[in-house]
Design a protein around this ligand. Structure first.
Ligand code: ADP
Ligand code: MG
Length: 682
């Protein structure tokens, strides 16, 4: 499988380059270049019964072959063919060599898109095969591969077929990388038939079995990796055994400005009992925006400090880190807890000094961004690591922070409600606490969809709210992936608004391209109410908390995913007053409308996240961020949820039996590559 494709017959240097464009470098890559879809040619149709626009396969005989030259630049090769029901024409433009391939009397199988013209049925550039060859193949479900311009379906098919034949003839290939016990129990076919049938299915059933094997294998290995981490954490590592609550934790809990909700209390209880165990805690707290996760983290951090350890909390943006720092400081500093903030904008002596304090144990809690995982950040004795908005970080980053202590407890918090399937894969190694309940007194945010001809009315409403003392967010989309464009579109909108609807109203602008000190200043001004309107890109998406803000206007709302829209909406509705979210969009497609209407109807972030995952697929759901897990080549965790659950069950069985698990060492380390080693080493 790891043999370079250039050693295959028929792959010269030129083809090797072309294949590399498809990320195919080895035999293994080639064989796991799975079809994008299949064409079913098992149904041969009659020419007389074809309808315009359909993809069809016909069995015909060649009547004649002509070459037409309507002008100097154009050559048309035109075949006339027929079956017992009628005539059809097949054309190629500027491919003169096609002429010599066909002769009258040849029997051909022609597959392609039907064009009904005035003079009859036409196929342009269809796939053509000799009938004799066609009828020799077992199934007629033909793979269609992801391809590029320079490499044809035909080339890919023949290369893959040839490689499969070679593989099938090798005796060593009959070995299955999955344990026999598992394949027998879960009814999984052998790998060679699976590969053969995923590329060239004998029939629909064989294809389904093949796909099931390949998806199962992928998900099973992934789950084995994750279950192993969880298992090993539970059974082999000795972490920090925190003592039951003492005075500090009690005092801080007693002085909270509000009563904890039932869900918060349960989460706190689960965290405390994890922390009191010798096994390192690996817990995910999932809670919708505004459900109050910060205070839960604050209590956990207090507990580690009370036990003489340090705590670290990592957030994905500076703004968020600052806000967490302030929230924690408000709750904890009055009780003598020493906190500091470490972000990328700290440099020179200030940074040196903080690093020194962390190293010497003069600081109890450090809140920061990625700056926390730099090599020169050394803790005296780290007891608890909290990462917020985890899906923005990779597994790798979580592991890096963790590695700064000796098996510290780990708490991961996410505001993006993770659909169950996602939680099983990306967070498969964690225990989960869920905060579903919102703090009392929250009113649901009233959500509306409006087209741009109502823009004036929308902004008039926003101005009225500002006059009534409230504050307003306006968010515009991140255009493409480019930071530059992102900045520009927010800038343009800011200028437009402050010269029109928001004339005379103090407005602020925040976007990703700004210096963090400038961003901080604007955010602070907005937080203190000096700015009434904040125009921004999605940098405010996570965590920012301004209870007085009651209006969220989202421009070009159709450009955002549902989960993201929900996050943005979560910025308002944090105080006592009724809040509003207005989605501006001129998107007319049915899909867009359906999506935006879901926002109007559904307030539950978990439901929206499930929908988002279904609509946009797993890749998009996590954006371009690396989550540090292997890519899934065949499995789709939305559609293959049944197989995922089976794979998980199989993995749990495997982990309990060392002799089974040992058989997987090789495929597992291949699958996880460096990430798994990194993971394994902690
Ligand atoms: P998130 O889960 O989105 O991080 P936060 O921790 O920022 O939510 O909490 C949102 C707001 O709700 C904060 O202003 C916080 O002080 C407040 N809050 C949290 N828990 C409660 C509670 N039990 N009762 C009342 N307000 C609460
Ligand atoms: Mg938060």
């Amino acid at each position: 499988m790891s043999t370079n494709i250039k050693f295959l017959k028929g792959v010269g240097p030129a083809n090797a380059v072309r294949l590399s464009k498809l990320n195919i470098f080895t035999v293994g890559d080639l064989l796991t270049h799975f079809p994008r879809r299949y064409e079913d040619r098992s149904q041969i149709k009659l020419v007389g019964k074809l309808t315009d626009g359909e993809y069809a396969t016909i069995h015909t005989i060649v009547i004649n072959v002509r070459e037409l030259k309507p002008n100097r630049r154009l050559t048309i090769i035109k075949l006339s063919v027929r079956d017992e029901s009628g005539m059809a024409f097949v054309t190629w433009f500027n491919q003169s060599y096609m002429k010599n391939k066909f002769k009258p009397g040849m029997e051909l199988i022609i597959s392609g898109k039907v064009q009904k013209k005035q003079f009859g049925v036409e196929f342009n550039k269809p796939e053509v095969e000799l009938a004799a060859d066609f009828f020799q193949q077992p199934g007629h479900i033909i793979p269609v591969y992801p391809a590029t311009e320079n490499i044809s379906q035909w080339q890919l098919r023949s290369l893959i077929r040839q490689t499969l034949n070679l593989l099938t003839s090798l005796s060593e290939s009959s070995q299955d990388s999955l344990p026999r016990e598992i394949t027998a129990q879960f009814n999984i076919i052998d790998p060679i038939s699976a590969l053969n049938n995923i590329h060239f299915p004998a029939d629909h059933n064989a294809l389904a079995q093949a796909r099931r094997r390949i998806v199962f294998e992928e998900l099973y290995l992934l789950q084995c990796g994750l279950s192993y981490l969880k298992y090993r954490n539970k059974h082999e590592s000795i972490g920090i055994k925190h003592a039951p609550d003492g005075d500090l934790t009690a005092a801080i809990e007693k002085n909270l400005p509000f009563e904890l909700t039932k869900d918060q209390l349960i989460a706190v209880q689960e965290i405390k009992s994890d922390m009191e165990e010798a096994v390192p805690m690996q817990r995910l707290v999932q809670g919708d925006v505004g459900s109050g996760k910060t205070v839960v983290a604050a209590i956990a951090l207090t507990k580690t400090v009370e036990n003489g350890f340090q705590g670290a909390m990592m957030a994905p943006t500076e703004i968020l880190a600052e806000q967490h720092y302030h929230s924690l400081a408000r709750l904890l500093a009055p009780h003598g807890v020493r906190l500091s903030l470490l972000t990328g904008s700290l440099t020179g002596r200030t940074r040196e000094k903080i690093l020194f304090h962390i190293r010497e144990g003069l600081i109890d809690i450090v809140v920061g961004t990625h700056a926390l995982i730099q090599d020169d950040v050394v803790f005296k004795h780290l007891g608890l690591v909290v990462t917020d908005e985890q899906h923005r970080f990779g597994v790798r980053q979580r592991a890096c922070l963790q590695a700064k202590g000796s098996k510290p407890d780990v708490l991961v918090m996410t505001a993006t409600p993770i659909p169950r399937t996602m939680a099983l894969t990306v967070y498969g190694d964690l225990d989960v606490s869920i905060i579903r309940q919102m703090p009392p007194g929250r009113k649901p945010v009233a959500t509306y969809v409006r087209s741009s001809d109502r823009r004036e009315k929308v902004y008039r409403f926003a101005t009225d709210q500002i006059k009534a003392g409230r504050q307003v967010y306006v968010v515009c989309p991140l255009v493409e992936e480019s930071e530059k464009l992102e900045g520009k579109s927010a800038v343009t909108l800011y200028e437009e608004l402050s010269n029109s609807f928001f004339r005379g109203i103090p407005c602020g602008l925040v976007h990703g391209k700004m210096k963090s000190a400038d961003k901080e200043k604007v955010m602070t001004d907005f937080y203190h109410g000096n700015l009434k309107a904040l125009i921004s890109t999605t940098v405010i998406e996570v965590g920012v908390n301004v209870p007085n803000a009651t209006v969220m206007i989202i421009e070009n709302a159709d450009r955002f995913g549902l989960a993201q829209l929900h996050q943005l909406r979560g910025r308002v509705g944090r105080g006592e007053d009724q809040s509003y979210c207005i989605l501006l969009s001129d998107g007319r497609s049915a899909e867009t409308r359906e999506r935006l209407n879901l926002m109007v109807q559904v307030a539950d972030g978990f439901k929206l996240a499930e929908q988002d995952l279904i609509i946009r697929g797993p890749g998009q759901f996590f954006g371009t961020n690396q989550h540090g897990l292997p890519d899934l080549k065949a499995a789709n965790i939305v559609k293959d949820v049944d197989i995922l659950l089976e794979a998980r069950r199989a993995a749990e069985l495997t982990i309990k039996k060392p002799e089974l698990f040992m058989q997987l060492k090789e495929p597992l380390s291949q699958l996880y590559k460096n990430n798994f080693d990194l993971y394994m080493s902690h």
